[in-house]
Design a protein around this ligand. Structure first.
Ligand code: HEC
Ligand code: HEC
Length: 360
């Protein structure tokens, strides 16, 4: 049935090529190999390599058919991604759109903190590229949809300021008064303060708020599973904690979940006619604010030193996040030093707070 369908699609594609005489590649009606459509056709050798690596590393969680039902899946929340549905959460593209290859590579290389998805940063580039190519064979969405554009990354107005408190104050106001992020995530200020922020942002004050305002309100995702919007003072954010990562997650929203795309709604004129009430650069303010909340998260482990790839590292007792130096030298071996479950909360990324020299 499927074979038949793709065979006839191939036939149609061939006919169109024959009729048009050539195969333009940017036109919407352009004929493409039926099974790859808008996807770049990868070399078969790359796909084979991807399949081999997938069977070795990924199958236990994501399943041989890419349906997210590997053997370990029933123990995991959030569940491993179902590549057949292809609702990829973390990308530079808006919620509901497919991610770019770089986005997939980033998720694979960096892993998703606070979930079972490990970081595969020791894979050779070629293997990572092969895996990305292979993942796309699980869903026809890749063939049917045009590649989506990345959201605009506007300039960070706070970047050169040593003291980020201006950004944090602005972020708190936008979070509580304009975007009302607390309808899903917790509120971090009193209800009186929320009302002050609402009024300052030209919204009516509220007499009533949802119960449990200081906690997250769980929301169902597209597959009917409950997901918790993170409480930034407590939970992990998955796709990175640098302000640039947070700009991306907040700006794009998260496909398949309630988390909206903010980049298009933070562009709103003031009713007083004096410019904009909120503007896209406010995503930076939100990112600094959220990062500040993350920085207040209590770190539970006792102060200790340990080694990662032969380099001494520190763990801190307070909410103070350590700044780790240069990335590890390639070729170093990874030291297995803890049980993943027990210490999951205390893993750090080298560049978590290095917003300065991050490259997208
Ligand atoms: C130990 C289990 C486990 C293994 C092994 C694993 N993953 Fe995952 N992976 C997960 C979980 C769980 C999620 C979903 C996390 C979430 O929803 O936040 C996920 C999500 C993903 C995503 C989705 C990112 C997004 O933006 O939505 C990709 C891509 C991915 N994994 C690729 C891989 C690849 C490639 C491999 C093998 C190299 C692999 N995973 C191995 C558990 C695993
Ligand atoms: C309608 C509900 C809703 C609203 C409103 C909302 N979020 Fe979310 N948000 C979610 C959900 C659900 C998730 C978790 C998705 C997941 O992990 O699967 C999330 C996740 C996040 C993440 C984590 C990304 C990561 O890497 O894991 C950040 C950061 C975030 N939201 C920031 C915000 C900010 C800032 C606002 C307001 C501007 C906001 N959210 C408004 C529902 C919401």
């Amino acid at each position: 049935m499927t074979a038949l369908r793709s065979a006839s699609a191939a036939l149609i594609a061939l006919t169109v090529i024959a009729l048009s005489g050539c195969a333009p590649d940017s036109d919407r009606n352009s004929p493409r190999p039926a099974e790859f459509g808008y996807q770049k056709r990868p070399a078969q050798a790359l796909l084979d390599e991807g399949q081999a690596a997938y069977k070795l590393y990924c199958v236990g969680c994501h399943g041989a058919d890419g349906d997210g039902k590997g053997e370990a899946a029933r123990f995991l929340r959030p569940s491993p991604r179902n590549f057949q549905i292809a609702n990829y959460k973390f990308s530079t593209t808006r919620s509901g759109q497919l991610p770019t290859d770089e986005d997939l590579t980033r998720s694979i290389r960096e892993g998703l903190k606070g979930s079972a998805m490990p970081s595969w940063d020791l894979l050779p580039d070629r293997t990572a590229a092969a895996l990305v190519a292979y993942l796309k064979t699980f869903s026809s969405k890749w063939a049917q949809r045009r590649p989506a554009p990345a959201i605009p990354f506007v300039e960070d107005p706070y970047r050169s300021m040593d003291d980020k408190s201006q950004a944090i104050v602005r972020g708190e106001a936008v979070y509580h008064g304009f975007a009302t992020c607390w309808t899903c995530h917790p509120s971090y200020v009193s209800t009186d303060r929320i009302n002050e922020y609402l009024v300052a942002m030209e919204n009516p004050p509220r007499a009533q708020f949802r119960p449990g305002l200081r906690r997250s309100d769980p929301k169902a995702n597209s597959e009917g599973e409950l997901v918790f919007p993170p409480d930034f003072k407590r939970d992990f954010v998955r796709a990175g904690m640098s302000v640039k990562d947070l700009y991306r997650s907040i700006g794009t929203g998260i496909t398949g979940t309630a988390m909206p795309t903010w980049v298009d709604s933070l562009n709103f004129p003031s009713s007083k006619g004096d410019g904009l009430l909120v503007e896209p650069s406010d995503i930076w303010a939100l990112a600094y604010y959220v990062q500040g909340l993350i920085g207040q998260r209590p770190v539970k482990l006792a102060e200790a030193t340990f080694e990662v790839r032969n380099r001494p590292q520190q763990i801190y007792l307070t909410g103070e996040w350590p700044r780790l130096e240069a990335p590890p030298t390639p070729g170093g071996t990874e030291t297995e030093f803890f049980d993943e479950d027990e210490f999951e909360e205390e893993e750090f990324e080298e560049d978590e707070f290095e917003e300065e020299d991050e490259d997208e």
